[in-house]
Design a protein around this ligand. Structure first.
Ligand SMILES: [Zn+2]
Length: 515
């Protein structure tokens, strides 16, 4: 019987195949590098028997990413190992008719009737997009489709990069209700819902966002005790469907976090916030978050009467930057925005009330405004109008902007993805050009997060969606994504979400590794 795992009797260790990053063979060794154990393991092979030439690491990785079920059999001969590779039947729907199960396609080719180049703001007709190993390898009208490639026909569609929300709270869902209106339901969510349930909420919301075409998000806290990190691991490990995530862990803030507390209960802000009031406390808080798996740091700089100094913010930026992690700062007031910009953060979250001078300062420093520009349905007409005016000023001044929603609420009849796309209203109300809005939702958001996505060109991750109408003519076309690919894997086709009980699961590390 074929085995789902690579067994080695020598070490008594099983190697789940999805953890294998590379597998090379020589006459003497099988070298296995896998994600749990960064150090390669060397397993001796029989020097007299040549190792199986069919083992092709690239091909294995490709098949694993596609969700193919790959099986190894080990033959033990006189206590010496030789490995034979079998490829079991592909999962339903993944193999095209052109490919036999014995030889699944290494390359996927998308026939795009129209491909949006978000960098130039052009729609190009009849393009081929080649995908291999989760990456785009070529685009163009004269690209040759290799023999045996799996072909995805989107010749009736407009194909564009996967959408990105640079400010989400997947593990928070504020439920409205007449019985819980004291201080708003935000408090009640943090006080009443335990981390485990918050993570489960995150599972549902992550799927919703992927279904709506979001292939990356940056999750910026309010996740109780690291529900966001658990969620990210679940998605990365193939347990649940969702966008790729950059996640902050716990929000770092001066005493009180974003709460207004009473003296008898000063700790009510825990665990939603880490209170950090000195430079040392800020550095320690950054380290704690990174230790528990954060891949971005979120500061709330000005939600209390006392606000972080430039030096406070710079300390967080320095501490996080030492391991290549960026800092996003919640800042609403002009002074808060100014200090966070000078402190070196990558982005200002909300940025509600900047003067023109401060918007110019942001431009000068390349600090990105992630405006969380709520639609009027959420914010009311007058606050919405103020945001629209601020969007327009920032655009005219040339302050860099990326899309971030801040949706953490529920509305009956709507999915989280639909609520997120409702924010398009704010940018169309501000009169922003469609090609610029599309950049905010793709490449600009990818850049603020530092991820290789948001563009359709060779070398970029194959995060690709498709819609029926041209978003450069009407940006609202992106509210109806009917095809979703993330890292080269299809999650939605012809408007139907595709998710089967996974046969390949992983347990990715929660901590980034210093190289
Ligand atoms: Zn937020």
């Amino acid at each position: 019987m074929p085995l789902d795992y690579l067994h080695t009797n020598r070490t008594g260790t099983d190697f789940p195949l999805e953890k294998i990053d590379s597998l090379t063979t020589t006459k003497k060794w099988v070298r296995i590098r896998h994600t749990v154990d960064i150090i390669p393991r060397l397993i001796p092979t029989n020097p007299d028997i040549p190792t199986n030439p069919d083992i092709d690491v690239k091909r294995l990785q490709h098949l694993i990413r596609r969700g193919e079920r790959i099986q190894f059999q080990l033959h033990l001969a006189s206590s010496l190992l030789i490995i034979t590779l079998f490829i079991a039947a592909a999962m339903p729907g993944l193999s095209s008719a052109q490919n036999s199960d014995e030889n699944p396609a290494l390359v996927t080719a998308i026939r795009a009737g129209h491909m949006i180049n978000v960098e130039t703001g052009e729609s190009l007709a009849n393009q081929i997009i080649l995908i291999e190993d989760g990456l785009i390898t070529a685009t163009g009208s004269n690209v040759q489709i290799p023999t045996g490639a799996e072909i995805i026909d989107l010749s009736d569609s407009y194909v564009l990069p996967g959408l990105i929300d640079a400010h989400t709270h997947l593990a928070m869902t504020e439920m409205p209700g007449a019985d819980i209106n004291d201080h708003g339901t935000y408090y009640y969510t943090t006080l009443l819902e335990p981390t485990a349930f918050r993570a489960i909420q995150g599972v549902a919301q992550a799927r919703s966002l992927l279904e709506s075409g979001f292939t990356w998000v940056r999750d910026v806290g309010n996740s109780a005790l690291y529900a966001d990190i658990a969620l990210r691991r679940g998605i990365e490990g193939g347990w649940i469907p969702g966008p790729n995530m950059i996640a902050s862990g716990i929000i770092i803030a001066p005493f009180g976090g974003q709460f207004q507390m009473q003296p008898e209960k000063p700790e009510l802000g825990n665990p939603e916030y880490i209170y950090a009031d000195t430079e040392d406390e800020i550095r320690l808080a950054v380290r704690k978050n990174i230790h528990f798996g954060a891949t971005v740091i979120k500061l709330v700089t000005d939600n209390q009467p006392y606000i972080y100094s430039i030096e406070d913010i710079a300390a967080a930026v320095d501490e996080a930057g030492d391991v290549g992690i960026r800092v996003a700062a919640h800042a609403s007031s002009d002074e808060g925005i100014r200090r966070a910009t000078l402190g070196g953060v990558v982005s200002i979250e909300h940025g509600t009330r900047p003067t023109d001078e401060t918007l110019r300062l942001m431009k000068e420093h390349g600090t990105v405004l992630v405006g969380t520009d709520f639609p009027a349905t959420r914010n009311g007409e007058s606050r919405h109008a103020a945001l629209v005016e601020r969007i327009r000023r920032a655009y005219d001044i040339g302050t860099p902007m990326a899309f971030g929603s801040d949706v953490e609420y529920y509305r009956e009849g709507w999915t989280r993805g639909e609520l997120t796309l409702e924010f398009l209203d704010s940018y169309t109300d501000a009169g922003l050009p469609n090609d610029y809005i599309l950049k905010m939702f793709t490449m600009f958001a990818a850049d603020v997060m530092g991820v290789n996505s948001g563009r359709l060109k060779a070398g970029v991750a194959a995060d690709i969606v498709a819609v029926d109408e041209n978003p450069l003519d009407d940006i609202n076309a992106i509210r109806a994504v009917h095809f979703v690919m993330k890292d080269g894997r299809v999650y939605k086709r012809d408007g139907h979400f595709e998710w089967s009980t996974p046969r390949v699961m992983n347990n990715p590390r929660r901590k980034p590794q210093r190289q």
